[in-house]
Design a protein around this ligand. Structure first.
Ligand code: GUN
Length: 305
């Protein structure tokens, strides 16, 4: 049986260290880190995520605001709100929860966020900085950053000689994950829906990152014994005939856990790390705004510079 990678414990660890750094920043500069979260529409999962981000921000001692807009809000109205937040010196980080309703161009909204407040790391400037290794002034997307910290718990910071396979090529997870793994010296492959022989490719991986959004798609028999599995998927499926549901990842956990060396559960794996890293990015934004180039004593994040 494999070792479960406890994302709740890892996230608590990051947040404990972060809270110390927040107190220090406030004591030394008077700057209170702040985040504005924008949500448009009624997507139930998005509402849960946004509530959780706001709650954690408050626990960290941040000033946090939530802007909940109705589904019919126009693209121009969202742009206007983001521009207002860009210009507001009290706000250090801005996050617009995705997905946005279909009539709004998500890319335009993402690119309207000022790069220095883009705590999601989705702005082209931050994407480019990550791709070229300019991490001193970049923001790294929260889910890949959190996943890297979980991998680090198993393998340390240097992944030289290890084959990493990422299943999924999204801009939010797959591509930035590839950049982080490369920076840590892993040999990286990205697989996706058009990839041939996915089971075989999976069997060649030492580190397998699943980020496809397809419930339990990756089977236990695809997994080489001893592998580290990072399951980014959070899929709600029905559980029984009484209308109940449960969350599962992209990996068939029960099967995979018998073979993997280490594996993240769903829930309680990558999810809590995403929120913890959002808080770390917000602290970074506030620290930079206060004229401190290096935000924190979170050594784990320093390691990517
Ligand atoms: N929706 C799902 N994941 C994310 C994320 O990391 N950031 C934002 N803004 N929206 C999301």
């Amino acid at each position: 049986m494999s070792k479960t990678i406890d994302g709740n414990a890892a996230a608590a660890d990051v947040l404990t260290r972060l809270k110390v750094a927040v107190k220090q920043l406030i004591a030394e500069t008077g700057v209170v880190p702040s985040i504005a979260v924008v949500i448009v529409g009624e997507d139930p999962a998005s509402k849960v995520y946004v509530a959780s981000k706001g709650k954690t921000a408050k626990e960290c001692g941040f000033y946090s605001t939530e802007h909940a807009l109705p589904t019919q809000t126009t693209e121009e109205e969202v742009v206007a709100l983001v521009e207002e937040l860009n210009a507001d010196p009290r706000i250090h980080g801005i996050l617009v929860q995705l997905p946005l309703p279909d009539h709004i161009d998500s890319s335009r909204i993402t690119q309207t966020i000022a790069p220095e407040k883009d705590v999601d790391g989705f702005h082209f400037i931050n994407v480019g900085k990550l791709g070229t290794g300019e991490l001193d002034t970049a923001f790294v997307p929260c889910t890949p950053a959190g996943s890297m910290l979980l991998i680090e718990r198993v393998h340390g910071r240097d992944l030289s000689g290890l084959n990493a396979l990422i299943v999924g090529r999204s801009n939010i997870v797959g591509k930035p994950m590839a950049n982080l793994l490369l920076k840590a010296n892993a040999t990286v492959t990205i697989a996706h829906s058009r990839t041939k022989n996915l089971p075989e490719l999976c069997r060649s991986a030492d580190i397998l990152v699943a980020a496809v959004g397809s419930p339990e798609m990756i089977k236990g028999e695809w997994i080489k014994p001893g592998v580290t599995v990072i399951d980014v998927g959070i899929n709600r499926i029905s559980a029984g005939s009484n209308g109940k549901s449960r969350l599962v990842g992209d990996v068939a956990y029960e099967e995979a856990a018998t073979k993997a060396g280490a594996i993240t559960p769903v829930p309680g794996g990558v999810g809590p790390m995403t929120i913890a890293l959002l808080m770390a990015n917000t602290l970074t934004a506030a620290s930079r705004a206060a004229g401190r180039a290096v935000a924190l004593e979170l050594a784990v994040i320093d390691a990517w510079r």
